[in-house]
Design a protein around this ligand. Structure first.
Ligand SMILES: NCc1[nH]cc(CCC(=O)O)c1CC(=O)O
Length: 320
């Protein structure tokens, strides 16, 4: 089979959200494809798609995102464009992707993963450990809020949203003494220096798939499949397969306090995972290793054991 390569006359249409981070991720994808196939920039077209999430988040700027919508809030319109053939591939933050794709679409291309850690951002403190008794920290992430309340109960957590600039302004104004962002996003935006500290996973286990970019395509589009295969990072794929199997087995989404991180060491995969109550009052976690080839089975077994340990009731809030 010969792959039909895109050209300036027939460019590959790359669908993305319009946020600065989403665009940076789309440009990175384009650059990798240009290098892999010696193609000019004009062989690609970046197609910005506005999602329900973007619209609602703008209108209801002060409402917690979890009240605005759930799974697929930021991906529905992009996946519709892909299904309808208005774009050829779609670039996503894997952290925001449901574990199942709509019929006819698939995700099997991951770029090399960025830093997986959460970043500590503050104008008054150098690290999470430095925050004084009663300090107010801002986060809109259910996971980060639950983890902070669980591990650092002397802190107070308030709702906090907006882009990096908005959040920095809020910190300057004293609304909170610290906030948290994915280090990967800061790095990709060239804003790594905004972080005072990259938080160790022992203190804040990251979200499933944090720091990973995935590229979605139509299952039957074999030209795109062949192109994406050339830029796929196998190790990121193995790590995400385990993390997403863990998430899928817990029936969770990015809206629930679930954290997980898979790391590779030679032929061994280490998976750490945890579930929390939203108020941080309870945490159930595990840390296990297995041969990489058993990563998905390990993740499924770990999720089952955590569910057993949690017992009925622990997850009721999930379906609120
Ligand atoms: N939920 C929003 C989101 N989705 C992906 C990232 C950052 C980039 C990444 O983790 O790949 C962010 C922002 C954040 O958590 O700071």
């Amino acid at each position: 089979m010969t792959t039909q390569l895109p050209s300036p006359a027939s460019p590959l249409r790359i669908g993305t959200r319009g946020s600065p981070l989403a665009l940076a991720q789309a440009y990175e994808t384009r650059t990798r494809l240009m290098r892999a196939f010696s193609l000019p920039e004009e062989a690609f077209e970046i197609v910005v798609i506005k999602t329900t999430g973007d619209n609602r988040a703008m209108i209801d700027a002060d409402r917690p995102l979890k009240e605005i919508g759930n799974k697929g809030l930021f991906t529905k319109e992009i996946e519709e464009a892909l299904t309808e053939g208005r774009i050829d591939i779609a670039v996503h933050s894997m952290k925001d992707m449901p574990t199942q794709q709509p019929a006819g679409l698939m995700l099997d291309c991951y770029l090399p993963r960025e830093d997986t850690r959460d970043a500590f951002v503050s104008v008054t403190a150098d690290s999470l450990q430095d925050l004084p008794q009663g300090a107010i920290v801002g986060s809109s992430s259910l996971r980060r809020r639950a983890q902070l309340l669980n591990r650092f109960p002397h802190l107070q957590v308030v709702e906090f949203r907006g882009n990096v600039q908005t959040r920095m302004k809020k910190l300057q104004d004293g609304v909170a003494q610290a906030t948290f962002l994915a280090q990967a996003g800061l790095n990709r935006l060239g804003m790594a220096e905004v972080a005072k500290q990259a938080i160790a996973p022992e203190d804040m286990l990251p979200a499933i798939a944090q720091g990973a970019i995935g590229i979605e395509r139509r299952t039957d589009d074999l030209d795109s499949a062949a192109m994406l295969e050339a830029i796929h990072d196998g190790q990121t794929g193995q790590r995400l397969a385990a993390e997403r199997a863990f998430l899928a087995a817990l029936d969770g989404s990015c809206e629930t306090p679930i954290a997980g991180l898979a790391e590779l060491d030679g032929n061994t995969l280490r998976l750490r995972g945890e579930v929390l109550r939203p108020d941080g009052s309870d945490r159930i976690g595990a840390d296990r290793t297995a041969p990489i080839t058993d990563g998905v089975a390990l993740a499924q077994a770990m999720a089952r054991d955590l569910l057993d340990e949690a017992g009925p009731g622990f997850f009721e809030w999930m379906w609120d």
